[in-house]
Design a protein around this ligand. Structure first.
Ligand SMILES: Cc1cc2nc3c(=O)[nH]c(=O)nc-3n(C[C@H](O)[C@H](O)[C@H](O)COP(=O)(O)O)c2cc1C
Length: 258
């Protein structure tokens, strides 16, 4: 196994960080890796906001439902969908941008944001640093937007804590790989017998949360999320984001045990 695979296969989220800073040189390398990552049509409709200021991180921790790891880790990177800069480009070409109005546009940007997130993770972990993604920044999107000075047609989709590991974590279990990998054709035949899906209904003794109550509440959450979204400045994007949101940010603090 090569070094990249070893790092990827030993991933675990870290929620306890030393106060030691991450140097500019190291941070630059991590960000350069994500900058080189692919984006659909090379549209590059992703922006990173690097937050090192302690007060700002403390505020983000608060806005994210009291996730103190955000205040503790010396670096927090927000990955924002950015149809603002693409809009400038499209306008310059004398056209009108409409991609941000479609579910397709959101899908494109969310995939690219995920690729950027994954690339940042591998880069940071390859340098011996710990990370944890933070989806709870969507808990108070309007306040996040104001705090970060985000322009219209942008949306803070996910954040990433980066820092030196204080308390390490064991690798969390994954379901049987047969539930993940399907060759040539989807195959659910083993789900009932291999106990793969019991995973969802079990509160693992060392996991922070059980998925089922969160996912089972989604219909109820749609309504609340959409209601919240109509107050957003970036209404079109935020509505789509809320619909796709894998969990309710309002429940993320309880979900992650804080
Ligand atoms: C998009 C995304 C959002 C996440 N949001 C949070 C979060 O807000 N708070 C947190 O503590 N962990 C968060 N996590 C971390 C997951 O809980 C974690 O990856 C998962 O439980 C598996 O654990 P592992 O990363 O240690 O393997 C997030 C992960 C992803 C991919």
């Amino acid at each position: 196994m090569n070094e990249t695979l070893r790092i990827q296969q030993s991933h675990r989220s870290i929620r306890s960080y030393k106060p030691d800073p991450v140097s500019d040189a190291i941070l630059d390398q991590i960000i350069a890796a994500a900058h080189r990552a692919p984006t659909s049509m090379n549209a590059q409709e992703i922006s990173l906001i690097v937050v090192r200021d302690a007060e700002k991180r403390a505020r983000i921790a608060e806005l994210s439902g009291g996730q103190m790891r955000v205040a503790q880790a010396p670096v927090f990177i927000v990955i924002a969908i950015d149809f603002h800069k693409t809009d400038l480009g499209v306008r310059k070409a004398g056209q009108t941008q409409i991609i941000h109005e479609s579910m397709e546009g959101f899908g494109v940007a969310a995939v690219d944001a995920g690729i950027a997130l994954g690339t940042l993770i591998t880069a940071a972990e390859s340098l011996g640093l710990g990370i944890v993604p933070i989806g709870s920044i969507r808990r108070n999107p309007q306040d996040m937007i104001a705090l970060l000075g985000l322009p219209p047609l942008t949306f803070p989709l996910v954040g990433l804590c980066i820092g030196h590991i204080k308390d390490d974590m064991p690798l969390k279990p994954r379901m049987d790989i047969k539930t993940f990998r399907h060759d040539e054709r989807y195959d659910a035949s083993g789900y009932g017998t291999t106990c793969c899906l019991d995973f969802y209904t079990t509160i693992l003794e060392w996991a922070e949360w059980s998925l089922v109550p969160q996912f089972a509440r989604l219909p109820e959450l749609f309504k609340g999320c959409l209601t919240t979204s109509v107050h957003q400045q970036q209404i079109r994007i935020s509505v789509l984001v809320w619909i796709f949101d894998e969990l309710s940010p309002r429940h993320f603090d309880e979900a992650h045990g804080e």
